[in-house]
Design a binder for this molecule. Structure first.
Ligand code: 5AD
Ligand code: SF4
Length: 513
């Protein structure tokens, strides 16, 4: 391994790379690039490297002694989990965490680029932080996550937000110790963003949020290139973690007493496609994981195109594999799906739903939908409404299309006025609400198993948790059952949640006295 490779792997290097603004332009040309469909699609030729010996360089140990960090996370569960890794690195460096911006010596915004409003929130927050930086010039402010992978964002920060001290990308998290070191040493903005497709780094430290549910990455990146989506550019190419590493991590979490695992990936159904030495896909992984003694395992997020029969067969075995599947459809019109480059049709999707329902009759399905994609007609939107009814989804995340610079859809001319898009979203949301209320009704009087997560956000006297099908349940019970799976009889079914009476700890869950 040469020096450059060692550096990229976050292994000890003789010297941290110079990443100050002064030599940014050079860095920009060689390592950093704007989202470009042409360049990104060339991916796949470079082999993924696995690094399993992440260590904090001796010279950075104790860097955080007497200092506190604060991380604000935007966006998806993948980002939430990245924050756990970033927090782990901070702690390994000797920093303490704080929930208060004012107490922090380092503030990091872990950003999301999926829609314009997500980005605007970050720019707004950076604006607020300017005053704090003026008061305390020693404060370090950093931007990481998906927005850092966009050239236009980096340029805007360089031009307008000089309160920012460091920017690093989604492939550079393990480089945090070097980046912090550089930021302390230099007055210039430190920028380290690689457009490199990404490797797999194991053994990164993590500070998990809570002791009940845990996220486990199974793969990184996305090669699907849906025409509206920025993710394949910000997260790099699809690369899967090795099965043994994942199984080991889940076993460890089970041993630590975690009750629920969510396997994470931008497109988990592509898991294992990149292995050259073994044939091992998501179905195989689930089949191995279901043997581990942990009550619940779920995964997110699925792509209908790669959802294969073997996976359905394995999920039908049940046990700790939950019967809730999040299966983003995006649109019910085959024409729209075509220009979104989703690579399936309405019929394919409905057929897949049929297969899932035949194998797992009680499966709960939820989805993501985009309305107002360029040139979407009333008829095409009606097809989304009719597909929603036909599938009978329990819930959906719905969005108005947001153009993302550098993606093919952003270049499409759009004849749908914003007013029409908003009206479609409203109509769809009404359907989503009505059908959620419908899906809740049969729970009235039933006994459900709930993983108790803690106090209800609205009322501290009430506990709250989720069923296997991800239904929120509120009930009164002793606080000692937090973290347990309990039985609750449902007394009232609402649109988005269920109220119930506590019965007791579920039988197979009873902890030894
Ligand atoms: N505009 C609106 N919604 C989007 N999504 C992804 N990209 C965009 C975009 N440019 C939605 C999709 C995806 C979810 C995570 O975000 O529905 O499934
Ligand atoms: Fe984006 Fe998901 Fe499509 Fe990948 S599969 S491009 S993450 S919407």
């Amino acid at each position: 391994m040469n020096e450059e490779q060692r550096m990229q792997a976050g292994l000890a290097t003789e010297d941290a790379p110079k990443t100050t603004e002064k030599d940014y332009s050079k860095y920009f040309e060689s390592v950093y690039s704007a989202p470009s469909l042409k360049d990104a699609k060339k991916r796949g030729k470079e082999e993924v490297e696995y690094h399993d010996n992440f260590q904090i360089d001796q010279r950075f140990k104790g860097m955080g002694n007497g200092r506190k960090f604060y991380i604000r996370t935007y966006g998806c569960q993948m980002n939430e989990h990245d924050t756990e890794v970033i927090a782990g690195i901070f702690m390994a460096l000797g920093y303490e965490s704080t929930d208060t911006v004012k107490d922090a010596d380092v503030i990091l915004l872990n950003t999301c680029a999926i829609r314009e409003n997500a980005e605007n929130k970050v720019f707004g927050e950076l604006g607020h932080l300017k005053a704090l930086k003026r008061e305390r010039p020693d404060l370090l402010i950093g931007v990481c996550g998906c927005m850092s992978q966009e050239e236009s964002v980096v340029n805007k920060i360089l031009k307008t937000y000089d309160q920012v001290d460091m920017i690093f990308g989604t492939h550079n998290i393990h480089r945090l110790p070097h980046i912090l070191h550089e930021a302390y040493m230099s007055k210039e903005m430190v920028i380290e963003v690689w457009s490199k497709e990404g490797d797999v780094i194991e053994d990164l430290p993590k500070v998990r949020h809570g002791k009940i549910k845990a996220w486990v990455n199974i793969m990184y990146g996305c090669d699907k290139f849906c025409t509206y989506c920025i993710v394949p550019y910000t997260r790099g190419k699809e690369r899967s973690r090795r099965p043994d590493d994942i199984i080991q991590e889940v076993r460890q979490l089970a041993a630590e007493g975690y009750k629920e695992i969510t396997l994470l990936g931008q497109n988990v159904n592509a898991y294992g496609k990149d292995f050259e030495d073994i044939t091992y896909r998501l179905g195989d992984l689930m089949d191995d994981l279901r043997l581990i003694d942990i009550p619940r395992i779920r995964f997110t997020t699925s792509h209908p195109r790669d959802f294969d029969d073997h996976l359905i067969e394995v999920l039908a075995k049940g046990g700790n594999l939950v019967d809730h599947i999040h299966l983003p459809v995006q649109s019910g019109s085959s024409d729209m799906l075509k220009i979104m480059a989703r690579k399936y049709t309405r019929e394919h999707y409905l057929n897949l739903v049929d297969k899932i329902r035949t194998a797992i009759p009680n499966a709960s399905l939820t989805t993501d939908i985009i309305v107002g994609f360029p040139n979407e007609t009333d008829e095409q939107f009606e097809e989304t409404m009719s597909l929603y009814r036909e599938v009978g989804f329990d819930m959906a995340f719905t969005y108005i299309y947001s153009p993302r610079e550098g993606t093919p859809a952003a270049k499409m001319i759009d004849n749908v006025p914003m007013e029409v898009k908003k009206e479609r979203l409203q109509r769809l949301n009404k359907l989503v609400n009505d059908m959620s209320a419908e899906a809740m009704k049969p729970y009235q009087g039933q006994v459900v198993k709930v993983l108790v997560e803690g106090e209800s956000k609205r009322n501290p006297d009430v506990l709250a948790g989720y069923t296997e099908k991800s239904k929120l349940v509120n009930f009164k019970a002793p606080r000692s059952v937090i973290g347990e799976i309990v039985e609750v009889r449902i007394t009232e079914a609402k649109t988005w949640s269920l109220d119930g009476e506590y019965i007791g700890v579920a039988k197979e869950e009873k902890v030894m006295a």
